[in-house]
Design a protein around this ligand. Structure first.
Ligand SMILES: CSC[C@@H](O)[C@@H](O)C(=O)COP(=O)(O)O
Length: 339
């Protein structure tokens, strides 16, 4: 996989390098059709994040950074900058990468002279996107060691994942799926159990990109995960994260917690893969992470009362390790990365 040219990148600058627009892969239309969409304004970027045309914590962060650049096209003054950042910050609450990227943009732009702000915004957004690819590639190399340690002859290593934490959730390379891509590239036999991920079916996105990359995989209903672990068909679970608290508690797509419980019950190692931009050192524990409540319509239940929390929190005690671009650590020792 890696950072090679793709037919459908998740987020790229529009041809010509004129700092005017970006193209995104519209993920609301996958897997049935792959369509690139042009974003030209703050409103386009905010809409794309809100309705999940782009999704996945790192990709949300990078899109927001470009959204700042788009939003400063005609006016880069402080009042406008505050409005642009506030608009983007209000799109989705749980993925901390959004807020991390906006804070970084604000810091850089406030230090920049007004006349240079517009270019500075594009440069910083570009840097965030480039760094995301590199961090995720490094996650793949660190996570590869976990898969290599479980290799037995020609038997495929069975990785279970939840939601989509592959390349579609990032600028490139993915987080939880990055070690899978690294294993596949290294010739290690690997197979991925992909859970459907109701109600938005992000598992279908994972299946789409694994197919694109030629990685063997099998789609399962979310509720089949426990049975497969009980039957010894899962060697390890790797998921992504939307926000990791300083104590290692991890918010990720709803359903992750149940997988972690089942993994603990069956002695299956459970890992979280995320770049440092997903760790919120200002958030002491998981109960402080805001959980997004999404529209009832997503469950398609008509007039029935619906609760639709989009994320859950897996306690650090259920997590064997966190994989970032710096390596793999126990969740209780994350503070060593706070520098
Ligand atoms: C590398 S992405 C990690 C997480 O962002 C991912 O697992 C997830 O929960 C995405 O949620 P989504 O609601 O699709 O944005």
């Amino acid at each position: 996989m890696g950072g090679g040219q793709k037919d459908y990148p998740t987020l790229i600058e529009d041809a010509g390098g004129r700092n005017e627009s970006v193209l995104i892969l519209d993920q609301t239309r996958l897997p049935s059709e792959a369509v690139m969409l042009r974003l030209v304004s703050l409103e386009d970027a905010a809409h794309a994040i809100r309705v999940m045309q782009v999704r996945g914590a790192p990709l949300i962060g990078a899109t927001a950074a470009y959204g700042v650049a788009l939003g400063l096209a005609d006016d880069a003054g402080d009042t406008r900058l505050n409005h642009v950042i506030d608009t983007l910050a209000a799109t989705r609450p749980t993925a901390v990468n959004l807020h991390w990227a906006l804070a970084r943009m604000r810091r850089v732009l406030q230090e920049s002279a007004l006349a240079a702000r517009r270019d500075a915004a594009w440069n910083e957004a570009r840097a965030i996107a480039t760094e995301d690819k590199a961090a995720n590639a490094a996650i793949g190399q660190h996570g590869l060691s976990l898969l290599q340690a479980r290799q037995q002859g020609s038997r495929p290593i069975n990785v279970m994942t939840h939601c989509n934490a592959g390349r579609l959730a990032t600028v490139d390379n993915g987080t939880a799926i990055s070690p899978v891509y690294a294993a596949h590239a290294a010739g290690l036999p690997v197979h991925v159990w992909v859970s459907e991920t109701r109600p938005r079916n992000q598992g279908l996105l994972t299946a789409w990109e694994l197919r694109e990359a030629g990685v063997p995989h099998t789609l399962i209903a979310d509720n089949a995960a426990g049975l497969l672990m009980m039957q010894g068909k899962v060697d390890l679970v790797i998921v992504g994260a939307d926000r990791i608290a300083a104590n290692g508690d991890t918010a990720n797509k709803v359903g992750t917690y149940l997988k972690a419980l089942a993994a603990k019950a069956h002695g299956v190692p459970f890992y979280v893969a995320a770049p440092l931009s997903t760790i919120d050192f200002a958030c002491s524990s998981g109960d402080r992470i805001p959980i997004e409540e999404r529209a009832a319509e997503e469950l398609g239940a008509g007039d029935t009362p619906v609760a639709n929390p989009a994320f859950d929190v897996t306690p650090a005690a259920l997590i064997d390790g966190i994989i970032s671009e710096r390596g793999i650590v126990r969740p209780g020792t994350l503070e060593q990365w706070n520098a």
